[in-house]
Ligand binder design. Structure first.
Ligand SMILES: [Fe+2]
Ligand SMILES: [Fe+2]
Length: 313
């Protein structure tokens, strides 16, 4: 209506929750002895990653009436069924419901090969693609190509494009890969006339730009090819997780445009360094443009999220 201010769409980006139930170590021991090493990993993790932070984050997002929540993966630690069940129970508390919440997998959600179908089974409602964006068999690149990805979810002026870079990797590695087939389909999505004028936001777990992308141990193996697709077809924003840090990079788009690449710290971590404390970022989008962003940070003592008390961190 003429003269009325249009309230911006608010998109919340969180990542790397690594949710672990209190009885996690106990059921793991009962479940399978081969997970002794994993139990050690879990017991050290449980001291740093706090389920309470995500529970509080959900309350904060619900109270703010966030329009859409986007999580860039690592919802679990070891991709076990009980972990996915536990994590899904927490996501189900978001008032938006699956239509207003998008989750893509991280490498921890594919810690073992069974994690890939388990993510689909347990978090499938949070990773649907809109009608008309399903991939037909003739889009398959090779036998290993998972045709589910990328997903496309159009919400108001925003087109969320979710990728999966997660596959079971050898022990002590945590790298990701988009893969030829998914890259081809990403190019098709980004250039699709149905998305003309939309704010195209690409969600990917692994960092696709900067020096972290180049790590052979934990980077994105095909970051060069990914950058090529962005260089050719552009995007308005790329968000990622995996590094558990607030990061800002850019990738060149077509015609000299620079596409912002934003990483967010873990949503459940607690640390003495303020910049590592659990947080999430809100992007505000108006009239087809991202107009602002800011982070909200967990205050563990007070049990709430608030505007970043240490701006610049
Ligand atoms: Fe992570
Ligand atoms: Fe990760």
């Amino acid at each position: 209506m003429l003269g009325m201010a249009v309230s911006p769409m608010r998109l919340a980006h969180c990542s790397d929750l690594h949710l672990l139930s209190h009885d996690g170590a106990r059921w793991l021991e009962l479940a399978n002895k081969r997970w002794i090493g994993a139990m050690n990993l879990l017991s050290s993790r449980s001291r740093h990653y706090h389920v309470a932070a995500f529970e509080t984050m959900v309350e904060d997002m619900n109270a703010l009436g966030i329009d859409h929540v986007l999580c860039t993966g690592d919802v679990t630690n070891l991709a076990l069924r009980r972990e996915f069940e536990f994590a899904k129970g927490k996501f189900d508390k978001l008032a938006n419901g699956p239509v207003g919440v998008t989750v893509i997998p991280g490498n921890h959600d594919a810690y073992v090969a069974e994690g890939v179908p388990l993510f689909q089974e347990m978090f499938g409602a949070y990773a649907t693609t809109d009608p008309g964006w399903e991939w037909a068999e003739d889009h398959r690149h090779d036998a290993d190509d998972i045709l589910h990805w990328p997903i496309v979810r159009v919400r108001d002026d925003v087109a969320l494009i979710g990728l999966s870079t997660s596959r079971a990797t050898p022990w002590f590695t945590a790298y990701g890969k988009v893969g030829h087939g998914q890259l081809e389909r990403l190019a098709m999505v980004l250039s699709d006339p149905r998305l003309a004028g939309k704010v195209r936001i690409v969600a990917i777990h692994h960092p696709p730009a900067g020096k972290r992308a180049t790590s052979r141990i934990r980077g994105l193996r095909d970051h060069t090819e990914f950058a090529h697709v962005i260089g050719e077809h552009g995007a308005e924003l790329i968000v990622h997780g995996h590094e558990h840090q607030d990061l800002t990079e850019v990738l060149p788009g077509p015609g000299g445009a620079m596409v912002p690449v934003r990483g967010i710290a873990s949503g459940t971590y607690f640390h003495n360094k303020p910049e590592r404390v659990a947080r999430y970022r809100i992007f505000e989008i108006t009239s087809g443009q991202i107009v602002s962003d800011h982070v909200r940070v967990w205050d563990r003592e007070r049990g709430l999220f608030e505007a970043n008390p240490n701006p610049g961190t």
